[in-house]
Ligand binder design. Structure first.
Ligand code: GRF
Length: 219
């Protein structure tokens, strides 16, 4: 009997964050199994990273409205009975119905130091704002975009001469260990979230955990 934590992943694109989780599972560093990969982009490369029976992909265009797509997605995710739902490069806003259904077990990785730079084009905006530091955040999902409680963050410097692309590449290098360490922590059963409050080992988390250079969170 497999007791591994069941993880559903939502992804719209490349899937490097998903790959990082798959690699960690293969190395025995993450006691979890990916029970499904779900996409709003039927040609997303992320889907190719798991066998066909674990893939679900539909175009929102094929549904009458946003609610109908969200409901189909929610039903599909629910059917694989995930313990956690991880948005890893999922580029579509999740409706309130979906969020409520997976309340407290739905997380997202966002490429900025939230609450800074919610939404798209975060790297260009960090450069434009003159930020000295940028990074990534793992947060619980609420209906408002990128607004849920932040579990953990990783920081990188913004260097003179950075373009959005060079900065994005630097952030991606810390996104992978950040997501892995966060999911490892979730799988350990030490984290709960309710009404915007994160508890770690039963204690309120007052500020996000930080990833150190060895890829560990300061829990
Ligand atoms: C990541 O930068 C993630 O933070 C953002 O989209 C990118 C997805 O990368 N939301 P990948 O698909 O995991 O390679």
């Amino acid at each position: 009997m497999n007791q591994a934590t069941r993880i559903a992943v939502l992804a719209s694109g490349r899937g490097s964050n998903l790959q990082c989780l798959l690699d960690a599972i293969a190395r025995g560093q993450l006691p979890a199994q990916i029970v499904g990969v779900f996409s709003d982009k039927p040609d997303a490369p992320a889907l190719e990273k798991v066998p066909p029976h674990l893939r679900w992909a539909r175009s929102p265009k094929d549904f009458a409205n946003r609610e109908a797509f969200d409901l189909a997605l929610a039903e599909a995710v629910s059917s694989c009975q995930p313990d956690w739902v991880v948005c890893a490069g999922y580029m579509r806003i999740l409706g309130a119905g979906f969020v409520a259904r997976f309340d407290g077990r739905l997380i997202n990785i966002h490429p900025s130091l939230l609450p800074l730079h919610k939404g798209l084009h975060t790297h260009a905006r960090a450069i434009e704002a003159g930020d000295r530091e940028h990074g990534a955040s793992v947060h619980f999902v609420v209906p408002a975009l990128d607004a849920g409680a932040v579990l953990a963050q990783a920081r990188v410097p913004v260097l003179a001469g950075d373009s959005a692309d060079t900065l994005a590449a630097r952030v991606l290098q810390v996104e992978h260990p950040l997501l892995l360490a966060s999911v490892q922590l979730l799988c350990s059963g030490r984290v709960t979230e309710q009404k915007g409050q994160i508890l770690v080992d039963g204690h309120t988390l007052f500020k996000p955990l930080t990833l150190d250079s060895a890829g560990r969170l300061d829990v």
